[in-house]
Design a protein around this ligand. Structure first.
Ligand SMILES: [Zn+2]
Length: 342
């Protein structure tokens, strides 16, 4: 959740940046200082159905409100960062065909938000930005390089090497969820239509689908405690596992093993100092017994598969910024652009 006790302006380190995180439901905006302290925050409904031009105005409104909460004017901000779901062309500042933003196709979002805010705007993919937020001030902040996987409805990702965010030649860098982990003919089908992708196994959707299939092979008496099939979610499985349900725990830890397979490939290609797991599906995180088992199972899988040196040295953590990661990362990307220009 968003912290409500903000860093005081009197102790802030200028220059200031504003991050804007556009999602299908909400626009989140926060003003962040040069050291990554959050000074003010505001959110508005995205109202996607009213179209992108109205949306650009609302993003500027959210940024103005965040600035007001911080005790400054939006014109006191040096640079804005805007992050959205894809598909996108980040270099051109364009949304292309975003499935979560129907009616917003081929919209020059970066420049329109820049006009509405009166600020220069850096533009990035939301999952990449969330990774950058964790790298800047979250659980990746002590590492020189980091990969984040975001486990939610889908599996997002972001890669930071040498302090820079990997964007790619076609704004598709860090699409970790679409890494192939199963090339067999009956591999699961991903939401993107591809087969055998990590997301088809390790997203909330993937875990739920696997669990519903597996329930059928259980005796009737063991099916009952899990409730109606259509109400099954990772949270239901988590709660069942916490109360000792062996099937639920097995499904959760199977997810961890698939994740370990994918992460092993990331270690072999990128050799990052840390892997961070973000997103809503964290099984209570590092302080929860199931969250701990989930993390240690990912770790065991990596150790059994990866080359010894990266397997031993790569750190593995849950993310710490939660829903703040997007706008914090957006502000961080604004800061990167500002520094790269200086
Ligand atoms: Zn896919």
């Amino acid at each position: 959740m968003v912290p409500r006790d903000f860093h005081p302006l009197s102790a802030a380190e200028p220059p200031f940046f504003v991050g804007i995180d556009l999602g299908g439901t909400n626009i989140k905006s926060g003003v962040v200082d040069n050291a990554g302290h959050i000074l003010g925050y505001a959110h508005l409904k995205s109202e996607v159905e009213r179209g992108p031009e109205k949306g650009a105005g609302r993003m500027a409104e959210a940024a103005s409100q965040a600035a007001a909460k911080a005790g400054i004017d939006l014109s006191d901000v040096t640079h804005a960062g805007l992050v959205t779901p894809g598909t996108m062309d980040t270099a051109a500042g364009m949304l292309l065909e975003p499935p979560n933003l129907p009616g917003w196709s081929n919209f020059p979002i970066r420049d329109r938000v820049s006009e509405h805010t009166g600020l220069p705007v850096a533009y990035a993919n939301d999952a990449n930005a969330a990774a950058y937020g964790e790298f800047w001030i979250g659980s990746g902040s002590v590492y020189s390089s980091m990969v984040m996987l975001t486990l939610g409805t889908g599996v997002g990702g972001g890669i930071i090497t040498e302090g820079q965010l990997l964007d790619g030649a076609n704004s598709h860098g860090g699409e970790i969820g679409h890494m192939i982990i199963d090339s067999s003919a009956d591999a699961r089908v991903c939401a993107c239509g591809g087969q055998g992708h990590l997301e088809a196994y390790c997203s909330a959707t993937g875990l739920t689908a696997r669990a519903i299939e597996a329930i059928n092979s259980l005796p009737e008496s063991e099916q009952k405690p899990l409730g109606p099939r259509e109400a099954l979610t990772p949270l239901v499985l988590h709660q069942a596992a916490e109360s000792g349900n062996a099937f639920a725990e097995r499904m959760i830890l199977e997810t961890a093993r698939y994740l370990g397979v994918g992460i092993t490939t990331l270690l072999h290609i990128l050799d990052p100092a840390a892997i961070v797991l973000g997103g809503a599906m964290n099984f209570g995180g590092a302080t929860n017994p199931i969250g701990q088992k989930f993390l240690s199972t990912v770790s065991d899988e990596i150790r059994s598969r990866a080359l010894p040196i990266p397997a031993e040295h790569a750190a593995l953590h849950f993310a710490t910024l939660g829903g703040d990661a997007g706008f914090v990362g957006a502000a961080g990307i604004a800061r990167l652009h500002y520094q790269n220009k200086e």
